[in-house]
Design a protein around this ligand. Structure first.
Ligand code: NAD
Ligand code: TYD
Length: 337
């Protein structure tokens, strides 16, 4: 695929993907469509914004006319849809925008992919569509969808639409379902960057409930290489789980961050739990490993060290994103917790 429309390419994973493509695949041209919500930040594309193979467009994936124009003007071959509202806690306090962007936005993109007969539509989904696990087992691509939060429900609805467009109109699609990502440029509302930022500032680290909730972590660059493999090697209509077999309890992650930063565990504060909190996620990624030959490039220990170093070295980026609206967000979410 030579000309790709990447949506949400100013967010965390999207910007890492755009930078990877521009740096490693000079034959590929990227049109990057992003609404620049609180989570979108052109600073995430520092050094790449004016790259000759990159065109940034500020706009909404719900705008069908804009999509049609971009696909024609730039002769787009494929869409990779990273754009979404992504934070579970925000979906609990304000679910409507999650349905607008994640469901209607995906529908609008699918209409464009159908009308323009694109070569491929890649939907970046999440393991959270499968629901929660107990102590045993892993999510496979055959696990029935059973989402528990407004965020995961909106992502599951989008997955169903993608499959329906493939079945009904022959849209050539893939769906990827990755586990929790971490790495450079992640907005500090998510666990790892929030805890790094608080620890660096000697602020309390708010651990929900008993802290024994388990997530399966993948370094963001490895998610990006997996999506690239799917785009270029996968047969249409196939779903791929993506994960690195790195299950960790939240407390373990938080304690590791404190120890790397040489801070005291007394900063940990157990706070009121998230309503409907999913206990455990674990991804069986054997399909993408066996069929496409993908594998992660770093272990969790290497990835977390690189991530902590990045946040220390990019203090200006962090200071910028936690000013203004973030302070209000933090007060609303954690002030009385
Ligand atoms: P993010 O919140 O950091 O970025 C989302 C981006 O989408 C932002 O740049 C935002 O401006 C843009 N956006 C939001 N609404 C838009 C709209 N209507 N039109 C155009 N752009 C819009 O998200 P992320 O963590 O980078 O996640 C990217 C994708 O990966 C999402 O689809 C998410 O569901 C999925 N995912 C994330 C994780 C994770 O751990 N972060 C794990 C698995 C899957
Ligand atoms: P999060 O990064 O929000 O990702 P998700 O809920 O999509 O998996 O949260 C990861 C885990 O960390 C989850 O179990 C909730 C927990 N958590 C906290 O304990 N404290 C926090 O301040 C945050 C943001 C998350």
């Amino acid at each position: 695929m030579r000309k790709i429309l990447v949506t949400g390419g100013a967010g965390f994973i999207g910007s890492n993907f755009v930078r990877m493509v521009l740096a490693e695949h000079p034959e590929c041209v990227v049109v990057n469509l992003d609404k620049l919500t609180y989570a979108g930040n052109l600073e995430n594309l520092r050094g790449f914004l004016d790259h000759p193979n990159h065109k940034f467009v500020k706009g909404d994936i719900c705008d069908g006319d804009l999509l049609a124009r971009l696909i024609d003007e730039d002769r787009i071959d494929a869409i990779i849809n990273f754009a979404a509202e992504t934070h579970v806690d925000r979906s609990i306090t304000g679910p409507k925008i999650f349905v607008e962007t994640n469901v209607i936005g995906t529908l609008t993109l699918l209409e464009a992919a159908r009308e323009k007969k694109l070569e491929r539509f890649i939907q970046i989904s999440t393991d959270e569509v499968y629901g929660a696990l107990g102590d045993e087992g892993m999510f496979t691509e055959q696990t029935p969808l059973s989402p528990n939060s407004p965020y995961s429900a909106s992502k599951a609805a989008a997955d169903h639409l993608v499959k329906a467009y493939g079945h009904t109109w022959g849209v050539r699609y893939n769906i990827t379902r990755c586990s929790n990502n971490y790495g450079p440029y992640q907005f500090p509302e998510k666990l790892i960057p929030l805890m790094i930022n608080n620890a660096l500032n000697d602020k309390a680290l708010p651990v929900y409930g008993d802290g024994l909730y388990v997530r399966d972590w993948l370094y963001v660059y490895d998610h990006c290489t997996a999506v690239w493999s799917v785009l270029h090697q996968a047969p249409p209509g196939r779903v791929y789980n993506i994960g690195g077999c790195n299950e960790k309890a939240n407390l373990e992650v938080v304690e590791l961050i404190l120890s790397r930063l040489d801070k005291s565990k007394s900063l940990i504060k157990h706070v009121t739990d998230r309503p409907g909190h999913d206990r455990r996620y674990a991804i069986d990624a054997s399909r993408i490993i066996n069929e496409l030959g993908w594998k992660p490039s770093v272990s969790f220990e290497q990835g977390i060290n690189k991530t902590i170093d990045w946040y220390i070295e990019n203090h200006d980026w962090l200071t910028d994103v936690v000013s203004g609206d973030y302070k209000r967000y933090y007060q609303t979410m954690y002030g009385s917790r």
